[in-house]
Ligand binder design. Sequence first.
Ligand code: SAM
Length: 228
Amino acid sequence: MLETVGEIVRRGANDVWKLGLSEAQIEQFEQFAALIIEWNATRMNLTRLTSPREIAVKHFLDSLALLTVVVLPENSRIIDVGTGPGLPGLALKIVRPDLQVTLLDSTAKKLLFCRAAADALGCADVKTVHGRAEDVAKTPALVGQFDSVVARAVAPLGRLLPWLSPFVRQGGVVIALKGTNVADELAAARPVARRLGLTLAPPISVTLPETEETTVRQIVMARKEARF
Ligand code: SAM
């Protein structure tokens, strides 16, 4: 019998990672996956991963991996840059409803999906912002307004850090969710980080549960020391 998204998320997030998701949260992930599959099939290209298992593991668990290594303070403000279908931002909001989440993307129709999904999932306080990160990052109302900024599968670190850094307050954290090999990207990004006043930490490896072969993700974090 085919496994449901909920069963896979429950095993990965709760049995392996001990994130303690409630049945209501598991059901939200079921619903989120159903919306992605439906919109992807009928309205717009949101993702090339279309099976429930791929969505559960490679989208949802992959997005939640950061919760196993980063402590996001209660009620903290977080912006997800290049969110696409709401990943990782909306997945994080399901698990941590206290977070004040903003989803940003340069493609307006992806944000249409994010808005509809957030509302359907009972996350109406999620905000959406349309625009290219490098332009929106100059908006005074958003500069330095976030405790953390996160991005997954958007651009190489050297290009990404200047897009992300302006959003975060002094002392805040930039978080990039990366694939297995990050060493070259990281080396290229070091001088960029220095210029931006970001202190890069060594990447943290997280093994993705529910995969046949060991799949390791790298979480790159940098603290913003200075206000520029
Ligand atoms: N983060 C999502 C995920 O992990 O599934 C989406 C990843 S998708 C490969 C990259 C997303 O970044 C797309 O939705 C694209 O529209 C957005 N994007 C690319 N360049 C951008 C930019 N300069 N500013 C804002 N969004 C951008």
